[in-house]
Write a protein that binds this ligand. Structure first.
Ligand SMILES: NC(=O)c1ccc[n+]([C@@H]2O[C@H](COP(=O)([O-])OP(=O)(O)OC[C@H]3O[C@@H](n4cnc5c(N)ncnc54)[C@H](O)[C@@H]3O)[C@@H](O)[C@H]2O)c1
Ligand SMILES: O=C(O)[C@H](O)[C@H](O)COP(=O)(O)O
Length: 375
């Protein structure tokens, strides 16, 4: 069996070598000729999987994408050819939520904001929006969620808000897929009209898909002197970036919000599990067998404030300013894809064990994500 896999997929050898011959490929450069003899194709978000890519292949039975987003996959085409498809929902939700928290900590320091006085409007209450809301709740930060699709589901008992209400919040964080059709499209969900209604002091964070915000409209707004504070991880037209927009951002990164080692590696693990099921084989590997221990395993904390703990976690585990600096310095030199390919190892809060005085942070539920050392 021949398994083609994106070279940017951690632990691919560990998970997949038992299935057959492994062939790595570069996500954006792969061709129909290259994958003609693939039995299994494992991609990430930069590979368009469609009739053109699979035109020369008549033996493919499984396609996996180690991502939550599936806008790069022609799902009806795969279904029409009876090719099994799996994505990795939730694999990087914690990573994106920690990216948002890190951004909020940085901006709260830069502008002397009290996070507990802010309300965060979350657009999209799926895996990432939910993880984010749990962490905000753990920190005592108020939030509202807009998700008209989940709102219709009787089993989802959360209270939902309208888009208008969420766009009125102090912080707006976008966590929707790219959808161009249907009743709830997200393409240019933020456009010249609703962007113009935002207030100077609001913060807008986008770590979903670039096309969800009309980037030209955003640039035009900023060029008029609007004070909206921008955190952009995703860009319309990646790997191209509307470069004049960059100086107007507080934080700018190269679509790496989901790039914790755990986030990417969970994607590999989820595809491994799906492939085992597809081939009717027993699951024998798990991610914890391969994940190295983190370089930071211990933070000692004496105070009983969840936000001080968050600040510590951000400084010691994931400070988004590192990725912002890399982006600003390297974009014109290395390019968008290279920044992503050479992304330095980043761990999640869960890789850290926190020790403290006996009663510290007793108010912080486990949702913030770290491990608590038992006293
Ligand atoms: N920057 C990154 O590194 C990164 C990482 C992970 C995910 N993403 C992107 O973020 C998106 C969200 O991730 P997720 O894990 O939460 O996905 P998910 O599929 O679990 O949740 C998406 C949610 O958005 C909701 N939604 C769809 N259309 C909507 C609309 N018009 N208004 C409000 N809500 C709407 C859906 O009902 C769903 O609940 C992904 O589709 C992906 O494109 C980016
Ligand atoms: O959809 C996703 O899961 C994310 O956008 C993911 O982090 C994208 O990373 P890529 O597949 O481009 O490496």
């Amino acid at each position: 069996m021949k398994i083609y896999f994106d070279e940017n997929m951690p632990f691919a050898h560990e998970f997949f070598s038992g299935f057959g011959e492994l062939v790595p490929f570069s996500g954006r450069e792969i061709t129909a000729e290259q994958v003609a003899d693939a039995d299994v194709l494992l991609v990430r978000s930069i590979t368009q999987v469609n009739a053109q890519l699979l035109a020369n292949n008549n033996k493919l039975s499984f396609v996996g994408s180690a991502t939550i987003g599936t806008d790069h996959i022609d799902l009806p085409y795969l279904a029409g050819r009876d090719i099994n498809f799996h994505s990795a929902p939730g694999c990087n939700a914690v990573s994106v939520a920690e990216y948002v928290l890190s951004s909020l900590v940085v901006l709260s320091e830069r502008y002397l904001l009290d996070l507990s006085s802010l309300t965060v409007g979350i657009v999209g209450g799926g895996n990432t929006g939910t993880r984010l809301s749990e962490k905000l709740a753990a920190l005592g930060i108020r939030y509202k969620i807009c998700d008209p699709l989940l709102e219709q589901k009787p089993q989802d008992l959360r209270e939902f808000s309208s888009l208008t209400e969420v766009l009125d919040c102090d912080v707006i964080s976008l966590h929707v897929p790219k959808v161009t059709t249907g009743d709830h499209p997200t393409y240019h969900l933020l456009n010249s009209e609703n962007l113009a209604n935002l207030r100077d002091e609001q913060i807008l964070i986008s770590a979903c898909r670039g096309d969800v915000i009309d980037n030209q409209a955003l640039l035009a707004l900023k060029q008029l002197g609007h004070g909206l504070k921008l955190v952009l991880d995703v860009w319309e037209g990646e790997p191209k970036v509307l470069e004049p927009l960059i100086p107007y951002t507080e934080l700018a990164t190269a679509h790496i919000a989901g790039y914790s080692l755990e986030g990417k590696a969970r994607g590999s693990e989820m595809l491994y599990q799906a492939l085992c099921q597809h081939l009717n084989l027993k699951v024998t590997h798990k991610l914890t067998d391969f994940l190295p221990s983190a370089s930071i395993t211990f933070v000692e904390l004496k105070q009983d404030f969840s936000q001080i703990l968050l600040n510590q976690l951000v400084k010691m585990v994931y400070d988004v300013r590192r990725d912002d600096a890399i982006f600003r310095q390297q974009l014109s030199v290395e390019g968008f894809d290279s920044i992503r390919k050479s992304y330095p190892v980043r761990r999640e809060f869960s890789a850290v064990t926190v020790s403290s005085s006996p009663n510290a942070y007793s108010d912080v539920p486990h949702h913030l994500g770290f491990n608590k050392m038992s006293n």
